[in-house]
Design a protein. Sequence first.
Length: 241
Amino acid sequence: MSLNRLDKLIALNCNVSRKEARELVKSGQVKVNGKTVLRSEELIDTSLDRVEINGHDFISKDHIYIMMNKPAGVITATKDEHKQTVMDLIPGALTRRSLFPCGRLDRNTTGLLIITDDGEFCHRIVSPNHHVYKTYIARLTRPLDEKSIKQLESGVTLTDGSECLPAKVKNLSDDYTYKAQIKIREGKYHQVKRMFLAVGNHVDALERIAIGSLKLDGALAPGECREMTDEELGLLFEDDG
Ligand code: URA
C-alpha cells in the first residue's frame, strides 16, 4: 500500500503545479470514491481509491516510465536555451513536471533512452553497483582484433587515467563494415567512444539497443516514445547473459 497526498498525486499526474492542484481540490472539482474532497492533505491509496476530476476518472500512478528511441542531434538534458532536448520530443499526454532522462546519451548517439520521474528507479539503472548492463552497437573506423577485445573485456584505462570495469564485447564486423556489440554497466562521459579510443580504434556511430534484458522497441521510429509496460520494467533488471 502506498499513501500519497491528494495534491501531490494530482500535480504528478496532471502536469499542474502543487498550487494549481490545491486549487482544483479547494474549488470542489475533485471526488474521491464518489465524494467531493476539499482537503488537499487527504491521503490516497492509489491501488484502492478512485479519484475523479470534473467527473473524469483520473488514472493515478505514482511514477511514469517512458521508452524513447532517441534520434541523433538531440541532447539528453531537461532543458536548453538553444538546442532541442529529449524532453521536447515527449507528447503532452506523457509530460510531467519532474521528468528527467535516466542516464545520458551523447548528442549523436541514438537508441534506447528511459525518461522517468522516479529517482530511486533511475539510480538502480545507472549505478554500476546494480549490475545493469547497457548494450551498444558501435560502428568502428578500423578492424577490431582479438587483442583489443581481450583488453576491453579485462577493463581498459582511459586517457585521463580512469579505469573501466570489464566489458562484454562481440565482433559484428562483416565484409563491408567494422562493427562491435559492447555491454557496459557504467556511464562515464563518452565511455564507449573513449574505450575504443583506448584500444586504438574510433567509433563513428553509436546506438544503444538494450538495457538489461529490455530491448528498444523496433516499432518506435527515431524521436518517438511511449509509456513502458510493467513487464518491460521488470526486464530492465534481468541479466540477458
Ligand atoms: N558511451 C558513449 O561514448 N556515448 C554514449 O552516448 C553512451 C555511451
